[in-house]
Design a protein around this ligand. Structure first.
Ligand SMILES: NC(=O)C1=CN([C@@H]2O[C@H](COP(=O)(O)OP(=O)(O)OC[C@H]3O[C@@H](n4cnc5c(N)ncnc54)[C@H](OP(=O)(O)O)[C@@H]3O)[C@@H](O)[C@H]2O)C=CC1
Ligand SMILES: O=C(CO)COP(=O)(O)O
Length: 319
């Protein structure tokens, strides 16, 4: 049995896809009433029009987490530590497949580092790459990276979580895969702000390319393999979220660019991750100017005009 913790859009979509693939799946969410309603109605308010398959059980009671298989953690990054701590007795010693994309603001740590700190007996793996929850839930073709430091376990997870429409590639580079998923959200905000402010597709292409250079710089400094960022969790996800209004980070950026408010209840991982990355870059002495201006935009310290001025007035350099 596969367990999924976090019954938001992504956790529910993964649970649906894996259950459609023939595995039994148990999905937990913190709101007992809404999980009971999902179990009874077979509908999911976050994924309208999708029917939950028979092999999927929804629950609001984590005491029912008894199966020994992998546990997919699909809660937002800034809540991961709290969820791990609250349910430590049930989650320690388990294989935890981390599905969140971000860096913890309070510590500058990645999800696997948070797991190592809170539950040293758990085995962290990652699932990351270009994939909108609605696409996965509708059974549209999707390819993701499954990363785990232990090659044997990576292969076993790849086999048990892949489905006819969800194709997983393996990696042992946790750092690279984690940074690819986290940092692309920062670049998606930058690109959304750019198009929202009417600065054009050429400027967005420049942001994607120079943003990718920043991502590679951080990945190299933290010991990731250079080729990892060219994969699905990196180049792949950057392509998706910097060009599609399906991305919440991109839409959040657009609202900044247009000077419009944005619904604060929507999960936008890139806002906290920009700030965490900016602080990390400063500590490591890395030049990450796009991350810097996104931090200014999300904290309100910069408007789009001064953000563009800050980027364009930098000394000319080699590519
Ligand atoms: N949506 C997507 O297309 C994709 C999302 N991801 C990643 O998945 C992660 C989750 O995103 P997504 O599912 O979209 O977000 P949603 O906003 O759709 O859902 C977040 C879920 O987390 C729950 N949650 C929030 N705080 C806590 C907490 N303290 N304890 C327990 N549960 C909590 C929410 O519960 P409640 O419903 O009660 O508010 C909600 O069910 C993010 O890191 C995101 O980057 C990755 C790939 C694709
Ligand atoms: O990570 C995602 C797609 O791969 C989802 O992006 P958003 O969180 O920006 O919606």
């Amino acid at each position: 049995m596969i367990s999924v913790l976090g019954a938001g859009a992504f956790g529910t979509a993964l649970a649906i896809s894996i259950a459609e693939g023939g595995s039994l799946v148990w999905l937990w969410g913190r709101n007992g009433d809404s999980l009971r309603a999902m179990q009874d109605s077979r509908d999911c308010p976050r994924l309208p029009g999708v029917t939950l398959p028979d092999g999927l059980t929804c629950s609001g009671d984590l005491a029912e987490l008894t199966a020994t298989g992998p546990v997919l953690m699909a809660v937002p990054m800034q809540t991961l530590r709290q969820v791990l701590k609250a349910h430590a007795a049930r989650l320690d010693q388990r294989t935890l497949v981390l599905c969140c994309k971000g860096i913890e603001l309070s510590s500058g740590k990645r999800a696997s580092e948070v797991v190592a700190e809170v539950l040293p007996g758990a085995l962290p793996a990652l699932l990351s790459g270009p994939s909108f929850a609605t696409d996965i839930a509708r059974g549209l073709p999707t390819a993701l990276t499954l990363a785990c430091a232990e090659p044997g376990l990576a292969a076993a997870l790849q086999a048990s979580l892949s489905t006819p429409t969800l194709r997983l590639y393996r990696s042992t580079d946790l750092t690279g895969v984690e940074l690819g998923g986290a940092l692309k959200n920062v670049m998606a905000i930058a690109c959304g702000a750019c198009t929202g402010a009417g600065l054009g597709d050429s400027a967005r292409a420049a942001l994607i390319t120079r943003g990718y250079a920043e991502m590679q710089r951080m990945a190299a400094a933290l010991g990731a393999q250079p080729e990892t960022l060219a994969g699905l969790s990196g180049f792949g996800d950057l392509t998706l979220t910097c060009t599609s209004e399906g991305s919440r980070n991109y839409r959040f950026g657009q609202s900044i660019g247009r000077g419009e408010p944005f619904d604060p209840t929507i999960t936008v991982e890139g806002a906290a991750t920009a700030q965490a990355t900016d602080a990390l870059a400063a500590r490591l002495g890395l030049d990450m100017p796009i991350t810097r201006v996104v931090t200014g935009l999300v904290t309100g310290a910069l408007d789009v005009t001064s953000a563009m001025d800050a980027l364009l007035s930098r000394p000319l350099k080699e590519e």
